[in-house]
Design a protein. Structure first.
Length: 289
């Protein structure tokens, strides 16, 4: 049986994942504002440091996986808090947990993104860039300029940044090279306290008009099932994938945006091997691993 860290373990999808893991006999160290093994506020650097200290204490051996589900929904006026929880609450904790993940055999990390990443207009690129670089203050300054759109823009920017961070580092020697499989799950609207709160807020009409072709909301249990697969040996060959589970919104809005063409500037990363006869020893052979 394995040992897992789950953030946002006290509610919604994080709680559903925690229950599934425990039902299968795994040990879960949950992190949340209250009611978890580690109670901490991930919206401040002090809170994140406290969470990291307690996690490193409670997980005394290798860590088989981490599920980063703690998050805040869009709300104008709470942009700074939102980007800190949704981005730094993931990246700071994962950086600190990396050695423990590397110590496990084939550890898995699942980060909660969102399909708002591909369905929200007017998300400022500079804010995303700042967030990927860990600059919450600079990003917030830019996001606040969006006025009434700052809530949805901050949320989408936070989720784009975290997905980009994952895709950039998951392939590096420190992560994939150490056997850690890191991926993102991008849900559409799922009926949790977060969505229920939005449906009661002043933005309810916007939330209700969000197109979901399958004409129903997802459930936390359905998403937990996908996370369980992404934590299982089925995901041993899965790195850097964004798994969208959204009732069809993404396909409805952007049917032809996938696959994106490989830009010419990236060809050197492939060693040009597709375009010349490979030299001896140039083609990696993993058949013995
Ligand atoms: P939820 O509100 O039910 O659960 C989120 C958990 O994060 C809560 O237990 C909350 O206390 C915790 N959290 C929030 N701020 C925190 C902080 N400062 N410190 C520590 N913990 C904190 O939400 P839900 O819906 O289960 O969301 C899980 C993840 O999925 C979030 O990252 C969310 O952004 C994402 N998501 C949710 C969607 C939905 O429709 N419910 C859609 C797409 C993504």
């Amino acid at each position: 049986m394995g040992v897992y860290v789950v953030t946002g373990s006290a509610s919604g999808m994080g709680q559903a994942v925690t229950l599934r893991l425990r039902a299968d006999g795994h040990t879960v160290v949950g992190v949340d504002l209250a009611g978890a093994e580690v109670d901490a506020d991930l919206s401040t650097s002090e809170g994140r440091s406290a969470a990291i200290g307690l996690l490193l204490e409670k997980v005394d051996g290798p860590l088989d996986g981490a599920v980063m589900a703690a998050g805040m929904g869009p709300k104008r006026g709470r942009e700074r808090m939102l980007v800190e929880v949704n981005v730094l609450g993931v990246t700071d904790l994962l950086e600190a947990l990396r050695p423990k993940l590397a110590a496990a055999a084939k550890a898995k990390v699942v980060v909660f993104g969102s399909n708002s990443t591909t369905s929200t207009p007017f998300v400022p690129r500079m804010a995303i860039k700042r967030l990927v670089d860990g600059d919450a203050e600079g990003a917030t300054r830019i996001l606040k300029r969006r006025g009434s759109l700052s809530g949805p823009a901050s949320y989408a920017a936070s989720k784009i940044a975290v997905a980009r961070w994952v895709r950039r580092i998951c392939v590096t020697p420190e992560w994939a090279g150490e056997g850690i499989r890191m991926n993102v799950i991008a849900p559409g609207p799922v009926m949790t306290p977060l969505l229920a709160g939005q449906l009661k807020s002043s933005t309810a009409s916007q939330v209700k008009s969000f197109p979901v072709p399958i004409r129903e909301y997802g459930t936390p249990e359905q998403l937990a099932e996908w996370v369980m697969t992404m934590l299982s040996p089925a995901a041993d060959f899965m790195v850097g994938t964004v798994v969208t589970v959204d009732g069809g919104t993404e396909a409805l809005l952007r049917p032809d945006d996938w696959p994106a063409r490989l830009p010419l500037r990236l060809l050197p990363r492939m060693g040009w091997s597709m375009y010349r006869a490979p030299k001896r020893g140039q083609v990696a052979d993993y058949s013995d691993t």
